[in-house]
Design a protein around this ligand. Structure first.
Ligand code: PMP
Length: 405
């Protein structure tokens, strides 16, 4: 590491992180997270060092990564538009395909319009920063995604946290807030490490009573909840609506990018004020083509959503029956909670030896003592895959005495 004077405060931090990595990775088999698996596209399998594994921790909820129609659409977009865009959206970067994708997203969600960002992270940061600033107050669920937290911090608004999925606590926070500015409540529709769903009707009621805007991040809700995978509003039978809906094109949709749904007037406002939209390159054509085709397929093939919902419920009951703590899970995201960070490493390693990948999530990403393998069941997993995966996790956990039996 550079030991010049200018680096004096950074070098010790870099060394500390590298020391911690060496501590955790003293055994090559423990290198679980930053491993470059080669996917066997179109299947839930991956390859590493000549071996084939069943991947049970991926985000491809509707199983469309590698679908021939999506591959074809990405290739056609490259043939027509090239591999890059000549600038940011406001300066030569917009191609007709961006607008087609925005139209398709709006139609899919039954909204007036949509705006596409270069990532879900950028969609959150850009939207929040355009909505609020000094003099306003943001209310975040304690488990909200980092991109929401970063957006809130960058915005300059006052930041308040409320207890996870607790509308009563939000109510008391709102009651105590300064009402002179905008009040903005932001929640994840589905929480990525726990797989539980935000109580939208109750949150809506509390927000309405206090005159607060309600924004939802649908990153893990698209393709997983609602009868046809349209997310949290569909999950609650369209009883209530969120004011602002943000999502990503990198999970159920096997691409990159983020989106926001809203009225035309609001989108025009965002196009001029959302800094990641204004100052970061337009989404590349291959990503746009893949996303557009995926949304179209999802609209025609709701069975993908039903399959993942049925199989995740079945997986959850098999592992619960075997004695696993699956925490708050109600969706395709099913954590297998095993206590200490060390337990999670050992469990991931033993599962991998049994041919199944379950990626460990530890502190600080989750509370101390609640480390887990974060499992996600997708439409790419057949019933046999789910059974095989469950059996491998159960056997590995029994060997390590993480569960009884
Ligand atoms: N929101 C949530 C809830 C997420 O889980 C993620 C990605 N992990 C994002 C936003 C960011 O999405 P992207 O990867 O497209 O930047």
């Amino acid at each position: 590491m550079n030991d010049s004077v200018a680096w004096r405060h950074i070098t010790p931090k870099v060394e500390a992180i590298n020391h911690r990595i060496r501590e955790l990775e003293w055994e090559p088999a423990r290198r679980n997270n930053f491993v470059a698996y080669t996917p066997e596209v179109g299947t839930p399998y991956v390859h590493l060092d000549g071996e084939r594994f069943l991947m049970m921790s991926g985000y491809g909820y509707v199983g469309l990564n590698g679908d021939p129609r999506v591959l074809e659409a990405a290739k056609a977009a490259v043939d027509t538009y090239g591999t890059g865009t000549p600038g940011v959206r406001a300066l030569a970067g917009t191609v007709p395909l961006h607008e087609e994708l925005e139209g398709e997203i709006a139609k899919f969600f039954g909204r007036e319009g949509a705006l596409v960002f270069s990532s879900g992270y950028a969609a959150n940061v850009g939207t929040i920063g355009a909505l609020v600033g000094a003099g306003d107050t943001i209310f975040l669920d304690k488990l909200d995604h980092a991109s929401i937290v970063d957006g809130a911090q960058l915005s300059g608004a006052k930041l308040t946290r409320f207890r996870h999925n607790d509308p009563k606590h939000l109510d008391s926070r709102l009651a105590a807030a300064d009402k002179s500015g905008t009040l903005l409540v932001i929640v994840d529709s589905v929480y990525s490490m726990d797989g539980d769903i935000a109580p939208l009707p109750e949150l809506r009621e509390v927000c309405d009573r206090h005159g607060a805007l309600l924004m939802v991040d649908e990153a893990h809700a698209l393709g997983t909840i609602g009868a046809t995978g349209r997310g949290i509003e569909e999950h609650f039978n369209y009883e209530v609506k969120a004011d602002i809906k943000v999502g990503t094109l990198s999970k159920a949709v096997p691409s990159n990018g983020g989106y926001l749904c809203g009225s035309e007037a609001f989108l025009q406002y965002l196009k001029r004020l959302a800094r990641p939209f204004l100052f970061s390159a337009a989404l590349n054509p291959a990503a746009v083509g893949a996303a557009l085709e995926t949304i179209r397929i999802l609209d025609r093939e709701p069975w993908r959503v039903t399959h993942a919902q049925t199989e995740s419920a079945r997986f959850r009951s098999i592992v619960q029956e075997a004695g696993f703590d699956t925490g708050l899970s109600q969706t395709a995201v099913v954590p297998l909670i095993v206590g200490s960070d060390e337990n999670a490493w050992d469990f991931a390693t033993a599962s991998r030896k049994a041919g199944v990948i379950g990626l460990p999530v530890m502190t600080p990403a989750v509370e101390k003592g609640r480390a887990r393998l974060r499992i996600a069941i997708t439409a790419a997993h057949s019933k046999d895959d789910v059974d095989a995966g469950a059996e491998a996790f159960i056997t590995a956990a029994r060997q390590l005495r993480l569960i009884g039996g």
